[in-house]
Design a protein around this ligand. Structure first.
Ligand SMILES: Nc1ncnc2c1ncn2[C@@H]1O[C@H](COP(=O)(O)OP(=O)(O)OP(=O)(O)O)[C@@H](O)[C@H]1O
Length: 237
């Protein structure tokens, strides 16, 4: 349902306009602007402490900038109240973080079903929808395990299933492979990108790893709290 119509020209879906945000005396964003079109897969790169996660959190309506504007699908996000932003996050966004942050008391399939249960889907239907993702993400047979009984790569794929089970329009991923070895990280990235392409999901991916960023269609660099398109590689040009 979310798959882009190839005949439709790209349209801006997620946007930061001149976002400024400080944590006390520490400036994190100093006028960051970024536009991501519907269906795009964008990697946000940059040095440690440059403001990547802060920008992602602003775009996702987790943080509100001190000034500037955040837009999603033609709607101002930064001026919404906490309730409006949390509804947006629940209904239209998915999240994957460095450490999957699964609920340890729940089974893998209950973790995946959680966003649907929170949105009011009946338990049987939520678990059925969750189970479909176990096959797709190479997790079949692990439905009843708890997070302590999963490998890091398996847990991160369960976290990915949880992020996409409600078919979000935007998937926000912050160092989704940061806790994994490079081989396992590549498997997770391949599954993440395949799932996003099949569903037409827009992906905004924070990473410091060029191998992870290479899965994206476009790279944006954040430096000193400002975002810019990656300069062309001088060797390649
Ligand atoms: N909750 C917070 N309280 C205080 N300062 C913060 C907080 N979060 C981030 N910062 C500061 O804001 C700046 C930007 O941090 P941010 O986490 O956005 O950077 P980053 O580029 O994602 O870094 P990394 O790659 O190391 O994760 C840094 O100077 C950081 O120390």
């Amino acid at each position: 349902m979310n798959a882009p119509d190839p005949g439709t020209p790209s349209r801006p879906l997620v946007e930061a306009r001149d976002a400024v945000l400080s944590f006390g005396q520490t400036p994190a964003l100093r006028g960051a602007s970024l536009t991501v079109n519907a269906g795009e897969i964008v990697a946000v790169m940059g040095p440690s402490g440059s403001g990547k996660s802060t920008l992602l959190h602003c775009l996702a309506g987790i943080l509100t900038p001190d000034s500037g504007e955040i837009w999603f699908d033609g709607q101002r996000v930064d001026t919404l109240g906490e309730t409006g932003r949390s509804t947006l996050r629940r209904d239209r966004f998915g999240f994957v973080f460095q450490f999957g942050q699964l609920v340890p008391e729940l089974t893998a399939e209950e973790n995946v079903a959680l966003p649907l249960l929170l949105a009011g889907t009946k338990r049987a239907a939520a678990l059925k929808a969750a189970r479909e993702w176990f096959e797709r993400l190479d997790l079949a047979g692990l439905e009843s395990r708890r997070s302590g009984e999963l490998s890091g790569g398996q847990a991160q794929r369960v976290a990915l299933a949880r992020a996409v089970v409600s078919r979000p329009e935007v998937l926000f991923a912050d160092e989704p492979t940061g806790s994994l070895d490079s081989f396992t990280g590549e498997q997770v990235m391949e599954l993440l990108i395949d799932a996003a392409r099949q569903e037409g999901t827009t992906v905004i991916l924070v990473t410091h790893d060029p191998r992870v960023a290479a899965y994206a269609e476009r790279e944006v660099v954040v430096r000193d709290g400002k975002a810019s398109a990656l300069a062309p590689d001088p060797v390649a040009s």
